[in-house]
Each structure stands twice: as structure tokens, then as C-alpha cells.
Design a protein around this ligand. Structure first.
Ligand code: SF4
Length: 77
């Protein structure tokens, strides 16, 4: 596995928008697993440099725009 990307980019999900379509799991199994209902469990540590482009592909494929690659960590409410 490659070193973390220098910008600290992370894959993040907005669970309000997510419908459990699971294409993110199919495209990025290195960082996404599924819970028992088929919703994604996302590793939120900074992405390895070698996975940033794969993560961006998963973001583009999400049908509800629930995923993003961002250096900022979403605040939990
Ligand atoms: S592809 Fe999008 S909608 Fe589908 S499980 Fe992943 S985050 Fe949720």
C-alpha cells in the first residue's frame, strides 16, 4: 500500500443521502465494507496516494452524490 496522500484527502459519506446502492463497495473494496443492511462502512483515514483516483471514481459513480473526497473532516453532530 502506498503512503498517505500529502493533502490528507479522505473518502467521506453523507449517510443522509446514501441509499445503500453499494457501487462504492464494488469500486473501492480497499476502503469500503458493507454493514448487514448493505450500507457502506467507510475507512476515513487519509487515502493512500495510490487510491485517490479510485476513490474519485467511486465518488463519480455514486448515484445520490453521497460520497466525496475531501481534506476536511466532516463534523459530527
Ligand atoms: S454508492 Fe453512494 S448511495 Fe451507494 S452505498 Fe455508496 S455512498 Fe451509498
Amino acid at each position: 500500500m502506498s503512503a498517505p496522500n500529502p493533502e490528507g484527502l479522505r473518502l467521506q459519506v453523507d449517510m443522509i443521502k446514501c441509499v445503500g446502492h453499494a457501487s462504492c463497495f464494488e469500486l473501492l473494496p480497499e476502503r469500503v465494507s458493507l454493514d448487514e443492511w448493505g450500507y457502506p462502512i467507510i475507512e476515513t483515514d487519509p487515502l493512500p496516494s495510490g487510491l485517490v483516483s479510485h476513490a474519485r471514481r467511486a465518488v463519480a459513480a455514486c448515484p445520490t452524490l453521497a460520497l466525496r473526497v475531501d481534506g476536511k473532516v466532516a463534523r459530527k453532530r
